[in-house]
Ligand binder design. Structure first.
Ligand SMILES: NC(=O)C1=CN([C@@H]2O[C@H](COP(=O)(O)OP(=O)(O)OC[C@H]3O[C@@H](n4cnc5c(N)ncnc54)[C@H](O)[C@@H]3O)[C@@H](O)[C@H]2O)C=CC1
Ligand SMILES: NCC(=O)COP(=O)(O)O
Length: 328
C-alpha cells in the first residue's frame, strides 16, 4: 500500500513552507500531496537554496511514491504575497482553506492521513475568524464532539483533557462527562492505533499535590477520583489521580503507557523538554489520521533557512505508519 498523505505547510509567513521544502528533499515511499500556493513553495525553495519540483496531483491516478526533491501539489491561492516573519491577516482565509481542503479530502477518502505544519492562531483571530487550533477546527470539520490532543516523544505519550483554554476556565471544564469521553478515546486509540493490548493511563490531578486531601482544591475528590473509579469498573486501567510532579517522574512513567494531563501547560512542557524538535502531535478521535509538528510558526526564524525539520519528518513518518496499520 502506498499511503496518500495531505500536507498543509500552515502559516505562509512562518517556517512551515521551509519545513515542507526540507522534507521534500528526502522523497517518500508515500505520496505526499501539499495543499499550498505553489508560488510560496517555489519562492521558499529559492530562498533556502534547495531544489524543488512540484508534481501535479491527480486523485484518479493510483498513488505513487514521492521522488527526492519533489512534492505533489493541490493548489490553493494565497490572497497576498507572503513575507517571511511578517504576519498578514489577509492570508488567514487561505490558511483555513488549506486545512478545510485537507480535512474534506480525508473525509472523502482522497487522503489516508493529514500532516499539518504550524499555523498562527493569533493572526487568524486578528482576521476576525474565531480559531483556537487545528485540533478544534478538525473536530468541527468532522462533526465530532470530542477529540483528544496527544503528543509523543520517544516512549512518552502525553494527552490533554483541555487544550486551548484560558487557565481560569480549566477547572469548570473538568467534568465527569468530559473525562469519560477523553479517557475512552485515549484508551481506544492506544489499543487500536498503537496496538497496546491493556494500556495503563496515568492521570494527573488538577491541583498542587492532587489537592492535598481537599486542602488545596476539591476537583480530585469530587470529580476526578470518582470518575476514574467508574472507568476502572469498566476495565480501563487508570492510575491516579496523582500529583503531576509525581506522575512525571521516571518510576511512575515506567508504569504508564500514556499520561493524561488536565491542561496544556501541565503536560506539554514536560513532553517538549523530553523531545522538542522530534515530537509529534496526534489528534485522537477524528475519523481520519492527523499528525502535526510539536512547535509553532517560529516567526523569528522564518526566511533564515535555520528551521529544524525534525518534527515535521517525525509527524510524516508517524502518519505513514498509522495509515499503513489502518490499511493493513
Ligand atoms: N501546530 C501548530 O500549529 C502550533 C502553532 N503554534 C502557534 O505558533 C505561534 C508561535 O508560538 P510560539 O509560542 O512562539 O512557539 P514557537 O514554537 O513558534 O517558537 C518557540 C521557540 O522555538 C523555536 N522553534 C520553533 N520551531 C522551531 C524549529 N522547527 N526549528 C528551530 N527552532 C524552532 C523558535 O525559534 C522560538 O525560539 C503561536 O501563534 C502559536 O499558537 C504553536 C504550537 C503549535
Ligand atoms: N501546543 C500544541 C498546539 O498548540 C497545537 O495545536 P493544534 O493547532 O494542533 O490544535
Amino acid at each position: 500500500m502506498i499511503p496518500r498523505i495531505a500536507l498543509t505547510p500552515g502559516e505562509p509567513a512562518g517556517i512551515g513552507p521551509e519545513l515542507a521544502v526540507k522534507v521534500a528533499q528526502q522523497g517518500s515511499a508515500a505520496q505526499v500531496v501539499s495543499i499550498v500556493d505553489p508560488t510560496l513553495l517555489y519562492q521558499t525553495a529559492a530562498n533556502v537554496k534547495l531544489p524543488l519540483q512540484l508534481l501535479p496531483f491527480s486523485q484518479d491516478a493510483p498513488p505513487s511514491s514521492t521522488p527526492p526533491g519533489s512534492l505533489y501539489i493541490k493548489e490553493a491561492p494565497m490572497a497576498a504575497e507572503a513575507q517571511p516573519g511578517v504576519l498578514n491577516p489577509a492570508n488567514s482565509p487561505y490558511v483555513l482553506k488549506t486545512l478545510e481542503m485537507a480535512a474534506q479530502g480525508c473525509l472523502e477518502g482522497s487522503f489516508d492521513a493529514l500532516v499539518t505544519g504550524p499555523v498562527h492562531k493569533g493572526v487568524i483571530n486578528d482576521a476576525g475568524i474565531p480559531f483556537s487550533g487545528h485540533t478544534e477546527f478538525f473536530a468541527d470539520q468532522a462533526g465530532v464532539e470530542r477529540v483528544v490532543m496527544m503528543l509523543t516523544a520517544e516512549e512518552l505519550r502525553v494527552a490533554l483533557v483541555t487544550t486551548h483554554l484560558p487557565l481560569k476556565e480549566v477547572s469548570s471544564a473538568i467534568t465527569e462527562n468530559r473525562l469519560i469521553q477523553i479517557i475512552h478515546i485515549l484508551h481506544h486509540s492506544l489499543t487500536k492505533q498503537f496496538r497496546i493490548s491493556a494500556p495503563r493511563i496515568g492521570v494527573c490531578g488538577l491541583n498542587p499535590h492532587a489537592g492535598e486531601g481537599g486542602h488545596l482544591g476539591r476537583e480530585e475528590i469530587e470529580i476526578i477520583a470518582p470518575t476514574l473509579e467508574k472507568l476502572r469498573a469498566q476495565g480501563i486501567q487508570c492510575i491516579g489521580p496523582l500529583p503531576a510532579d509525581t506522575l512525571f517522574t521516571p518510576p511512575q512513567l515506567a508504569r504508564c503507557d500514556a499520561i493524561l494531563a488536565m491542561y496544556h501547560d501541565q503536560g506539554l512542557p514536560v513532553l517538549k523538554f523530553k523531545g522538542f524538535g522530534k515530537a509529534v502531535n496526534i489528534t485522537l478521535g477524528l475519523p481520519f489520521i492527523r499528525t502535526s509538528v510539536d512547535h509553532g510558526t517560529a516567526l523569528d526564524l522564518a526566511g533564515s533557512g535555520q528551521a529544524d525539520s525534525g518534527s515535521l519528518e517525525a509527524a510524516l513518518s508517524q502518519a505513514i505508519e498509522l495509515a499503513k496499520r489502518q490499511g493493513a
